[in-house]
Design a protein around this ligand. Structure first.
Ligand SMILES: NC(=O)c1ccc[n+]([C@@H]2O[C@H](COP(=O)([O-])OP(=O)(O)OC[C@H]3O[C@@H](n4cnc5c(N)ncnc54)[C@H](O)[C@@H]3O)[C@@H](O)[C@H]2O)c1
Length: 344
């Protein structure tokens, strides 16, 4: 992967995850020509990271003053849609943080806009770039596991009230559009559907087990997804378990059961075949700025996006590819709270 000479970037939203984008832009030698944040504290943080860069109070001011090749949108969930729509309408390429949007309605607007612009859009579902995920995708495509019979996935992490109190949007339906599922487990739901196909049926429930006095959104969920299968009538199922109530972060686990063996992602990929063969693949080390539980591969996705700006075809993780995981989790909200708008 190579970054074309002359590529410039800007960042809108200078909070926690922006550190990873600042670091990736610096490491890849991309010129940072502007940053924007509605909060002066965000701009102050940006000035510490990039003292000479121009700072703006909104993406509109930034757009009027500088013309980056790519804008990285790293704002809260409900602040993705309008910013991304404005940038695409201005013909500016966008790398946008996950989720696609806080609601399905807003997400559809981004899909629609991305289909009617020459600008390119990439969504940060960077766990697809993890060594273990890429290798497992290849194992499945090569049929090494035989026919897939089922799968299991878990996201069992820890969160403290401080995490939500520091950034209250994370705990509110209106801003975040959900909790554990849309914010933390989204990557794992995306990998499940990338490996096994978008579910044809979802059966699930979400709940707030630990942090009900701090947040509105769920901190726990369980679900069964039915995925298409050419060999199992009615499809195969995956079981998902997630919670932010644990005392420590457990590694994200994804296990896929085939007629010839089992593949397990848990801090790397572990293949165990019924004929006795075994293969293990280590995960890459997380670069500075990132957190290992976010996935290791933000920088790889950012490098790939900038490096492919000249390609004819759209970026491979665009708005449409970010929809299945959002549909999966919104269906769990629909089944848990059918009389609310939480699933919209
Ligand atoms: N891909 C990943 O693994 C990963 C990891 C962490 C966070 N994220 C995502 O990154 C996004 C940001 O999360 P965070 O934890 O950094 O949030 P944060 O609250 O720490 O930072 C968001 C920043 O955006 C600014 N902001 C809000 N509205 C704005 C607007 N309209 N224009 C400009 N700036 C605005 C805020 O002032 C704040 O500085 C979320 O979508 C989150 O889900 C992704």
């Amino acid at each position: 992967m190579s970054t074309p000479a002359g590529t410039t970037a800007a960042i809108v939203g200078c909070g926690d995850v922006s550190l990873v984008h600042f670091e990736a832009i610096r490491a890849l030698g991309i010129e940072l020509v502007g940053v924007a944040d509605v909060d002066p504290a965000g701009l102050a943080r940006a000035r510490q990271l990039a003292p000479d860069v121009l700072g703006f109070e909104s993406h509109k001011e930034l757009l009027a003053a500088v013309r980056p090749d790519v804008v990285h949108v790293t704002t809260p969930h409900d602040q993705h849609t309008q910013i991304t729509l404005d940038l695409l309408a201005a013909g500016v390429n966008v790398i946008q943080e996950k989720p696609l949007a806080n609601t399905l309605t807003a997400a559809h607007c981004i899909v629609e806009a991305s289909q009617h612009t020459s600008a390119r859009l990439g969504i940060c579902l960077q766990n697809r770039y993890n060594n273990s995920a890429q290798a497992l995708k290849q194992v499945l495509e090569d049929g090494e596991l035989g026919d897939v019979l089922g799968a299991y996935a878990s996201v069992v992490w820890t969160r403290t009230p401080d995490y939500y109190q520091a950034k209250p949007w994370r705990g509110r339906w209106q801003n975040a559009g959900g909790g554990l599922l849309i914010n933390q487990a989204l990557h794992t739901l995306d990998l499940l559907q990338w490996f096994l196909g978008e579910p044809t049926a979802v059966s699930g429930r979400a709940a707030t087990l630990k942090y009900g006095d701090v947040i509105e959104v769920e901190d726990s969920a369980t679900a069964m997804f039915t995925h298409p299968s050419t060999v199992v009538e009615g499809g195969i199922t995956s079981t998902f378990v997630g919670s932010l109530t644990n005392t420590v972060h457990r590694p994200v686990e994804i296990e896929i059961y085939g007629t010839k063996g089992t593949a397990t992602i848990a801090d790397g990929l572990h293949l165990r075949f019924d004929d006795g063969r075994a293969k293990d693949l280590a995960e890459r080390v997380v670069p500075s700025g990132g957190r290992s539980y976010w996935g290791m591969s933000h920088q790889a996705l950012i490098e790939d996006f900038h490096g492919r700006l000249g390609d004819d075809e759209p970026f491979w993780i665009g708005a449409e590819q970010a929809m299945p995981s959002l549909r999966m989790l919104k269906e769990i909200y629909a089944q848990t709270w059918p009389d609310t708008s939480r699933h919209q």
